[in-house]
Design a protein around this ligand. Sequence first.
Ligand code: AHG
Ligand code: MN
Ligand code: MN
Length: 326
Amino acid sequence: MSTGLEAYLREQGAPQSLSELILATADACVEIAQLVRFGAAGDLASASGAENVQGEVQKKLDILANDILLRDCAKAAGLKAMASEEMDDVVPVRDLDGEGWLLLFDPLDGSSNIDVNVSIGTIFSILPAPRTEARPAIEADFLQTGRAQAAAGYVVYGPQTTLVLTVTGAPAVFTLAADGSWTPSGATMSIPAKAKEFAINASNHRHWSEPMRAHVEGWLAGADGPRGRDFNMRWIASMVADVHRVLTRGGVFLYPWDKRMGEKAGKLRLLYEANPMTLLVERAGGASFDGKNGSILDTPVTGLHQRVSVMLGASEEIAILIEAGL
Ligand code: AHG
Ligand code: MN
Ligand code: MN
């Protein structure tokens, strides 16, 4: 049941098949929300005994959330295939032919926060399916830049369950009501150009590049340092919740490349995490930088599970980071 969301999708002029897929994804998230709320946190946070393609231990909730999305979203008639942080390979659903969509997701972002009852979420990205001869989708079909996304969004399972979505314009915000419907919150997301707050895992300080260290030291020195003003710091350790804060009250979020990563460009995943969150941030007037090419949305995509250095949020702060050559 998604009445407010359905009305919004009609207003946005989203194609019927895209609307159906977004509604199916939102429905899956309602089910995941129930599991998060009423499942035994300790049990859901326990290891499933499996590892994902990135070599990370999968928790039971990672797998359950993945299965719910796979099952519910396959019902949307326009969906051609899916890819997930938790699966090695893409899952074709219907043959490509004519208009259709590819769905990508991080079924559960912030798994380290499940057992401590801190906000976690689901992140999703929708790409147009290539129009080719009838055949099942393959990995190469998913290798499109973030700029190509037809829609992107996330659900935060926090004190409230909140859906944030962009199809064409600024991100729209919906709250899950007691009757299972998504109610528009009426909030407008707009990130002020100037940051007052930053989010970074400071325990990685010694691993960062020299310019990154200097930049963060400038924040920490506050009014007594080169920036001449104080900054506040927050780190939830669920990207979805940290970026939700940036979208709600401004600031910047960073998970930059560090020396331990070597050849890998970063920790966070380009297709499942960085691209959808960046589309929302840029549609809210914010900016992003991948440490190399410019906006994360223009990062060339070479692999399904590619990682990227992430800097996003307040446009003035991102401009300073780009200038510093981070
Ligand atoms: P996931 O749970 O999907 O693997 O993602 C966790 C990510 C991201 O959400 C968060 O910002 C980051 O990892 C936290 O990293 P630290 O453990 O270094 O704080
Ligand atoms: Mn994640
Ligand atoms: Mn995850």
